[in-house]
Design a protein around this ligand. Structure first.
Ligand code: CMP
Length: 140
């Protein structure tokens, strides 16, 4: 497995419930290293740009509203096969389908308020990291 970087968000439903440490522990226990991290509060417009691929979906407005509702934690996770490893640790998008012990099974409230986001491919990881972090912030 190659060393990879992936982009992660701890979403407003999780920051509101003070779950940042518990979620970070799951990343670290899985061998993912948090090499960059910051807490920010997105505007709805900034959330809209990030999720532009979903612009035609019926839930897009609700999704952007939610992502701008409270602070989020943006992260870069590094590790062997980090993109697929992170998706395993997160569990399925809908917490009702998420495997036992995954972040979404343990913490997510619904398919919309599902605690975490993770990149789905190397190209999207690079694009998402660049949207939130400068090269100077990626110290490895
Ligand atoms: P995420 O991995 O961040 O990528 C897109 C997000 O859209 C997804 O997690 C969910 O939070 C959200 N989403 C997907 N399907 C639905 C849905 N049916 N209703 C509301 N939100 C959804």
């Amino acid at each position: 497995m190659p060393l990879e970087r992936t982009f992660s968000i701890i979403k407003p439903d999780a920051t509101r419930r003070n779950l940042t440490g518990k979620i970070n522990a799951k990343f670290e226990e899985a061998g993912l290293r948090i090499i960059a991290q910051k807490r920010i509060h997105l505007s709805k417009a900034q959330a809209g740009v990030f999720y532009k691929v979903h612009a035609e979906r019926p839930f897009y407005d609700e999704l952007c509203q939610f992502m701008a509702s409270e602070p989020i934690i943006c992260q870069v996770l590094e590790g062997e096969g980090a993109i697929s490893k992170n998706r395993e640790v997160m569990g399925a998008t809908n917490p009702a389908d998420a495997a036992v012990g995954t972040i979404r099974a343990d913490f997510a409230e619904s398919v919309g308020e599902n605690s975490v986001h993770g990149s789905d491919a190397p190209e999207t990881a690079a694009e998402e990291i660049a949207y939130f972090f400068s090269g100077l912030e990626l110290v490895g």
